[in-house]
Ligand binder design. Structure first.
Ligand code: FES
Length: 262
């Protein structure tokens, strides 16, 4: 059985003066992922190794790290495609909690800032007593559906050159989610989101490097989302602006049939 030379960058800010590389020898097997190798090292060799994971199926977004220099999800990175020499490091652009675990608090704060949910002006009443059904055409869905696939792993932000020099930059993940809701015809909080991203550390700091799109494990294209969001900002600032076409709303008649509303 082949053996892996697993090199892990380790750092505990509470005790270490700087990062160090620790090497582990791990027996490889067919279908082994980098996460499998890390779990082997943690279980069988060194319990102190810190690594975060949950679903093991590229769904929860918690195992993002840098593998052989590239941001990836450890649970979907096949050892057979990477070779027997593996170097694993924490994601760039995030504070390190310990070893491969990074602090995602700031990342989720930025995500929350863009209000990542559908918002109606009469939100409270609509939530309590829905007045009807909001329809989206296939064409409207096409304009934003890929951005709903984000699993919030942070790989895009870790690869972003602007994020590496400006910690306050909103980042590709949050900016893309802002676009996802601005483009959704059911949403009515577009103006607030546009104001939020059109600021010093917002959308104009993106220089379209495209690394975010290159590393996304779900095939999302944040670089595209950001450019489309810029178009919304420019349109909102234009003296010739047009209002967003609202989604068609259906109202039930007394017979329970749905009728098109205004
Ligand atoms: Fe959930 Fe890897 S463990 S995405």
């Amino acid at each position: 059985m082949a053996e892996l030379n697993l090199r892990v960058r380790r750092f505990d800010p509470s005790v270490d003066r700087g990062p160090r590389i620790q090497e582990y020898t791990v027996p490889a097997h067919d279908g082994m992922t980098v996460l499998d190798a890390l779990i082997y090292a943690k279980d069988r060799v060194d319990h102190s190794l810190a690594v975060r994971f949950s679903c093991r199926m590229a769904s929860c977004g918690s195992c993002g790290m840098k593998i052989n220099g590239r941001p990836r999800l450890a649970c979907e990175s096949q050892v057979s495609q990477l070779g027997t020499d593996l170097t694993v490091e924490p994601m760039d652009n995030f504070p390190i909690v310990r070893d491969l675990v990074v602090d995602l608090d700031g990342f989720f704060e930025k995500h929350s800032m863009v209000a990542p949910h559908l918002s109606r002006k009469n939100d409270g009443r609509e939530q309590e007593a829905p007045s009807g059904e909001y329809l989206v055409t296939p064409e409207q869905l096409d304009s934003f559906v890929q951005f709903t696939y984000c699993i919030k792993c942070g790989l895009c932000n870790s690869s972003c050159p602007t994020g590496s020099t400006d910690a306050s930059f909103l980042g590709p993940q949050a900016l893309t989610q802002a676009y996802r809701y601005v483009a959704d015809p059911r949403d009515e909080a577009g103006e607030e989101r546009i104001d939020l991203v059109d600021e010093t550390h917002g959308i104009w700091r993106c220089h379209f490097a495209g690394t975010c799109s290159a590393v996304c494990p779900k095939g999302v294209d944040p670089a595209l989302g950001i450019q489309l969001m810029k178009r919304h900002v420019m349109a909102a600032r234009s003296p010739f602006r047009r209002r967003k076409k609202a989604g068609t709303k259906l109202f039930p008649n007394p017979n329970g049939e749905l009728l098109k509303g205004p």
